[in-house]
Write a protein of this length. Structure first.
Ligand SMILES: [Zn+2]
Ligand SMILES: [Zn+2]
Length: 175
């Protein structure tokens, strides 16, 4: 997701621009985003632009139990400062100073949101998404989806239960 910000960089410090956007399917390096919509506020700072994003995204995930594809809604909110590599008025190279770690706007003056979005998505993604809260998962013996079929496999008992089954309660001294 890229926006040309040459005009915004030519504004005086404190100038505010707001963009509304709705994007279809996009792919970042490691996440597939079904759709992304929200608003982006750009505030001119003395070094560059402060980009505040509020967006909701649809992400394709797999259920952690039955592996069915599911769509998760993810809310993304962040504010990051972007520093241009070239001065928008003089086209002279801008020294990053101690902002070297932050996001940069390339010499084409395109502000690229895909990297911060990617980073925030990785932080926000649910670790164990489920297709439904009580998903029955897959049968451990035959791999059938137990949400749609009952495969008839005998339930596998944990070995430890067999020990308990042979335990003679009468040997226990009690009242
Ligand atoms: Zn499931
Ligand atoms: Zn089975």
């Amino acid at each position: 997701m890229q926006i040309n910000v040459l005009n915004e960089l030519r504004q005086p410090v404190g100038a505010v621009s707001v963009f509304e956007f709705a994007e279809g399917a996009t792919r970042t390096q490691d996440t597939e985003i079904g759709s992304l919509s929200g608003s982006l506020t750009l505030v001119r700072t003395n070094r560059g632009l402060l980009a505040s994003l509020t967006a909701s995204a649809q992400v394709s995930e797999c259920c952690a139990r039955c592996l069915a594809p599911i769509d998760c809604a993810v809310r993304i909110e962040f504010a990051e400062e972007f520093i241009p590599v070239l001065d928008a008025n003089t086209a002279r190279r801008v020294r990053a100073g101690n902002a070297g770690e932050g996001f940069r706007i390339g010499p084409d003056f395109m502000l690229d949101l895909s990297e911060p979005i990617r980073q925030y998505m990785l932080m926000l993604e649910p670790q164990k998404p489920l297709c439904q809260p009580d998903c029955a998962g897959l049968c451990p013996s035959c791999g059938e989806d137990l949400n749609t079929t009952s495969c008839g496999c005998a339930p596998r008992l944990d070995e430890r239960w067999n020990v308990l089954a042979g335990f003679d309660a009468s040997k226990q001294k009690g009242s």
